[in-house]
Design a protein around this ligand. Structure first.
Ligand code: F6P
Length: 546
């Protein structure tokens, strides 16, 4: 990994909004027509991106290209792919691309092979009928996604996921399992995450209570093997991550041990191949024929210029339900920031709220709002040309629904059309005048359609890398660090203090704490009882303590 200093990049870049290239891009976005009638397809490995539903006028795309140049995009992309220190605030690389590179460094390759061998042995011995995967955030979503995408019809190993600190999660996760045939996979890059360590501790107690040696039933995946060893996991059962892999970019690593045990090491290999092919496309394709780049430019237009506060992810494939939280973490933890690398306000709205649900469920839940609500949201529709079941009519209807929702959102319906419809249905002119406004659709809602030939590991890997690089590119344009997550840390620190304060207290102290009322909290505290909690938090600590 090269160690080029990032200071130049931090200090030398001009604020986005002062760049002539930004001003040109804004004007082009505001003045260009939507052009939904002009097909705009971008071929990429494992998928086709249809950007016809986004603003894609030639003058806007040319301005986008100039903006990327003004932001030093080519250099930044090169630094990302070379493993340079692109995570500036944490002084680290974000080298997830090397985890899926066909020729990975020796230690990465060795760890892959060690994990594959471990899985082969477990398979050969038909061990571990039950897997309890304990991890949260990036140590959870990717595995859930791959397991549900390729194990949707069941696998011989039953996988449970336990992420939340809520004790019901681990209670339910272990309920009814045979501890003798259960493997607990603890995944935590830092091996300090309280959810994972607490849930892991409950699983360990459960194994002990069954008269088993927990060391035989626990595996860890972490960048801090010494912590896992101290926690009681034998060296041979610890798989490695590296500091330079961000949690939300770690699906390509041993974090996916559960995926390999559940749906097979081949799935993991296919995911990596698809992602590596997308990496090559991202590195080499001309900017305007580059799928992640084009998606990013549309994302910037929608968020920073047209003012859309959210992005809806609509996979028309129920196996991709977990794509929504996966992209939600990837996008929101990466782009949910408002200052640039030099610490200045970015000056325009940045990362949108990402949300969604598979179609067609989504149509019966919130699509009304998408069609006729005052805001609406840009949508990423995702579909697979071919299904893996044999009910052709199901798939035909699924595809039809996806295309129809998209068309309705783009095309809209005018008042005149709505009125004509009402009259054609036999309403009187007065009734039509009254009802027609309720049936107007504004239309012009921006969208992408991403089409995968089939839901193969290759195409899913490509799709995930498409999103990763889209996020990175938006980070470069906004000038923010998409690889840190300081916002998450603050709440974690406060939670530690509040958890202490919520510990049971003796009855006298309890009385004391009951006196710790709203009024007291608001008043200046005596020096011996300092508290920097607000009045309401103090009140609820007192109420909930014990
Ligand atoms: O949510 C914050 C975060 O640090 C994520 O970035 C990460 O994926 C998750 O917590 C879990 O962290 P770890 O793998 O260290 O337990």
């Amino acid at each position: 990994m090269s160690n080029a200093p990032s200071r130049f990049l931090v200090t030398a870049r001009a604020p986005l909004t002062e760049l002539p290239a930004w001003k040109r891009f804004v004007v082009a976005a505001q003045t260009c027509a939507a052009r939904a009638d002009e097909l705009d397809l971008i071929e990429a490995p494992g998928l086709v991106l249809d950007a016809s539903g986004q603003r894609h006028a030639p003058e806007l795309l040319a301005a986008g290209e100039a903006l990327l140049e003004a932001r030093g995009f080519a250099e930044q992309r090169q630094r990302l792919l070379a493993g340079d220190e692109v995570n500036v605030t944490e002084h680290r690389a974000a080298w997830h691309t090397i985890l899926r590179a066909p020729t990975a460094p020796t230690d990465v390759q060795a760890e892959r092979e060690r994990m594959d061998a471990w899985v082969r042995r477990a398979d050969a011995e038909r061990r571990w009928r039950h897997i309890v995967h304990v991890g949260i955030g990036g140590s959870d979503w990717g595995v859930r996604l791959a397991v549900s995408a390729f194990g949707y019809a069941g696998t011989w190993r039953d996988v449970r996921f336990v992420a939340n600190i809520d004790g019901h999660a681990i209670e339910g996760g272990l309920a009814g399992l045979d501890p003798r045939d259960t493997l607990v996979v603890l995944v935590s890059k830092s091996f300090t995450t309280s959810e994972t360590l607490e849930n892991g501790a409950r699983a360990r107690e459960w194994l002990v209570a069954a008269g088993l040696d927990p060391a035989d039933h626990l595996v860890a995946v972490t960048a801090r093997p010494e912590r896992a060893r101290a926690w009681g996991i034998p060296e041979a059962q610890i798989f490695r991550l590296w500091d330079w892999v961000g949690g939300r970019f770690s699906i390509w690593s041993a974090v996916s041990l559960t995926t390999a045990l559940s749906v097979g090491s081949d799935v993991l290999a296919g995911l990596r191949m698809g992602a590596a092919a997308m990496d090559a496309h991202f590195a080499q394709a001309p900017l305007l024929a580059n799928a992640p780049v084009r998606m990013a430019l549309a994302g910037i237009v929608n968020r920073s210029i047209l003012g859309h506060g959210s992005l809806n992810i609509a996979p028309y494939d129920s196996r991709l339900a977990n794509l929504v939280p996966y992209v939600q973490q990837l996008d929101m933890e990466s782009l949910g920031k408002s200052v640039d690398l030099a610490g200045r306000p970015v000056g325009v709205p940045t990362g949108p709220a990402v949300w969604g649900m598979p179609g067609t469920d989504a149509q019966h839940t919130f699509f009304q709002w998408m069609h006729q609500g005052s805001d609406g949201a840009p949508v990423d529709f995702i579909l697979c040309s071919q299904a893996d079941h044999h009910w052709a009519s199901h798939h035909r209807q699924l595809l039809a629904n996806c295309l129809a929702q998209r068309e309705a959102l783009m095309r809209g319906k005018t008042l005149a059309q709505a009125r004509a419809e009402c009259l054609a249905e036999g309403l009187t002119p007065e009734q039509a005048d009254w009802l027609a406004p309720h049936r107007v659709h504004p239309g012009g809602r921006p969208n992408h359609l991403v089409v995968l030939p089939r839901l193969s590991p290759y195409s899913l890997g490509a799709l995930l890398a498409l999103y990763e690089h889209r996020v990175f590119t938006q980070g470069v344009i906004w000038g923010i660090d998409p690889f840190d997550q300081w916002g998450v840390e603050y709440g974690k620190v406060l939670a530690r203090g509040i958890a202490q304060a919520l510990q049971p207290v003796a009855s006298e102290a309890r009385w004391d704490s009951a006196l710790d009322t709203v009024a007291q909290a608001a008043a200046t505290r005596p020096a011996d009882r300092p508290s920097d909690h607000d009045a309401s938090t103090c009140h609820w600590i007192a109420q909930l303590r014990g």
